[in-house]
Ligand binder design. Structure first.
Ligand code: SAH
Length: 466
């Protein structure tokens, strides 16, 4: 992954001050996912180019992520080559001061629009050249692109979705870096970390002064927030409000530090984090974990004081025992212990113990029920228990072609009765929502593949009366 930034502003070597990187040296930085190197292929009075080369460690990614059900992707993927959220995180870390417009030695230069040119070696673009123009031209850049064939031996396969991209204009360096920081993950749409509410703040902060007026602001916002509808709505709402106050700027520093510790997560971790976040955003305090299994979600919910009461329900006694052991219920401090309960129960029967809760989660549960039982679960959950909010995750069957070890047409787990496509899940969710008076929203969990979507899909049902 290569980003070069060139200036012809004289004396051009002052770029070194702005980037806080000496033109005479090559420097390397350890990132969680590989190494970043900064060096200057040219540095003279008339022209100076700083290169940021990101050397992603694909094997390290695999080891750290422990994505057991993700075999092919682990070894054959585009992450080392393509400009992605890894590059944004690197920009924030390696060019952090420049990104924020700070330069102690040359403060005026940092504030001044100067002649700059950025070049990126491989940028994915979902709709070809058109998208790149629509994103960057309104920001005042001259856009140069060079596409390539997927395979020169087979021209009939058509164009690759990757482009060599050049942007040039007279801009502040901080603005150029900010535009790249936000728009690269928008083009790639596969963030390496979990998208939570703080991403809304980050987007609005980084988008200050340009995003609200950008003709593609909605598309940018949707993609930046990985189509998480609750967050997208919040961001678009706040974008149309007035300018943020000064306090928000002061918090910027803190958030940057947070950004640096964002680590890649396994799919199960991403799933749990996404569910916790959805429950949090919904404001739930008393929560049911239906089909709790070994209690992984319960553990995460208990770690957050917002969740005053957490009830795990499972049909399997063995699973409940495992959950009790895993959560160390017996040794739990009393204040925490009184917030949690485990109950044996079948989700296919009306159960009055389950009514009156703020929210319920069903994480990877519905696909374990066959059709008549699923219909019974719908009634038990949405008609009788009737929590304010229901969060459901289930595999996206379309994604299965991306799993190397999964023969075509097979389900991911022996006990799965079905695995739905995105359209099937959406159709089911919308029907259930309509029937029982819940509003529905859908989100992706895990990397969002342009063709087949994400490995896990999530539906969020909110009680229309809430
Ligand atoms: N939510 C957990 C476990 C998912 S596995 C996790 O994400 O880790 C599915 C769980 O649903 C199993 O523990 C299984 O025992 C439970 N389950 C399946 N059918 C059920 C039913 N009809 N009623 C209650 N629990 C059920």
């Amino acid at each position: 992954m290569l980003l070069t930034i060139t200036t012809t502003h004289r004396p051009a070597t002052e770029l070194g001050y702005l980037l806080h990187k000496h033109p005479g040296r090559c420097q390397s930085f350890e990132m969680g996912f590989g190494q970043a190197h900064v060096f200057y292929p040219e540095a003279n009075e008339d022209r100076c180019t700083a290169a940021l080369l990101m050397d992603i460690d694909p094997v390290g990614l695999v080891r750290r992520e422990r994505r057991a059900d993700f075999a092919l992707y682990d070894y054959v993927n585009d992450r080392p080559y393509v400009a992605s959220s890894f590059l944004s995180t690197t920009i924030a870390q390696v060019y952090g001061s420049a990104l924020n417009g700070h330069c102690k030695t040359h403060p005026q230069l940092a504030e001044a629009p100067i002649a700059l040119e950025a070049r990126l070696a491989a940028v994915p673009s979902p709709n070809g050249e058109e998208t790149l123009r629509r994103l960057f031209e309104p920001l005042g850049y001259a856009v140069e692109m060079e596409g390539c064939l997927l395979d020169e031996q087979f021209p009939e396969w058509g164009q690759s979705r990757f482009y060599r991209l050049g942007l040039s204009g007279t801009v502040r360096l901080a603005d150029l870096l900010t535009h790249l920081y936000v728009l690269i993950p928008v083009l790639d749409a596969g963030k390496h970390y979990f998208i939570g509410r703080d991403e809304v703040d980050k987007l609005l902060e980084r988008g200050e002064g340009w995003l609200a007026d950008h003709p593609e602001r909605e598309w940018i916002t949707r993609r930046y927030l990985m189509r998480r509808q609750v967050l997208v709505r919040e961001a678009l709402g706040r974008l149309s409000e007035s300018a943020p106050d000064e306090d928000e700027r002061a918090e910027r520093q803190d958030r940057e530090e947070e950004e640096m510790v964002e680590q890649p997560l396994s799919l199960q971790e991403q799933r749990l984090a996404a569910v916790v976040e959805a429950l949090k955003v919904g404001g739930a305090a008393r929560v049911l974990d239906l089909g709790c299994g070994e209690g992984q979600l319960i553990g995460q919910l208990l770690a957050d004081q917002q969740f005053a009461e957490v009830v795990g329900v499972d049909v399997s006694h063995v699973q409940l025992q495992k959950a009790a052991r895993r959560l160390k219920l017996e040794r739990m401090p009393p204040m925490k212990r009184q917030r949690v309960r485990l109950m044996q129960g079948a989700l296919t029967y009306r159960d009055d113990r389950l009514s009156g809760y703020d929210a319920a989660a069903l994480v990877e549960v519905i696909e374990h029920l066959d059709a008549p039982r699923l219909a019974a679960l719908e009634r038990a959950v949405f008609e009788f228990a009737r929590p304010g909010c229901v969060v459901i995750t289930t595999p996206n069957a379309e994604y299965n072609v991306r799993f190397e070890t999964l023969p075509a047409g097979k389900l991911r787990h022996r006990d799965h009765r079905f695995e739905w496509t995105r359209a099937e899940f959406r159709a089911w969710g919308e029907r259930v929502g309509e029937k029982y008076g819940y509003q529905t929203a859908f989100a992706t969990i895990g990397p969002d593949d342009p063709e087949v979507g994400s490995p896990t899909q999530m539906g969020i049902f909110s009680h229309a009366g809430e």
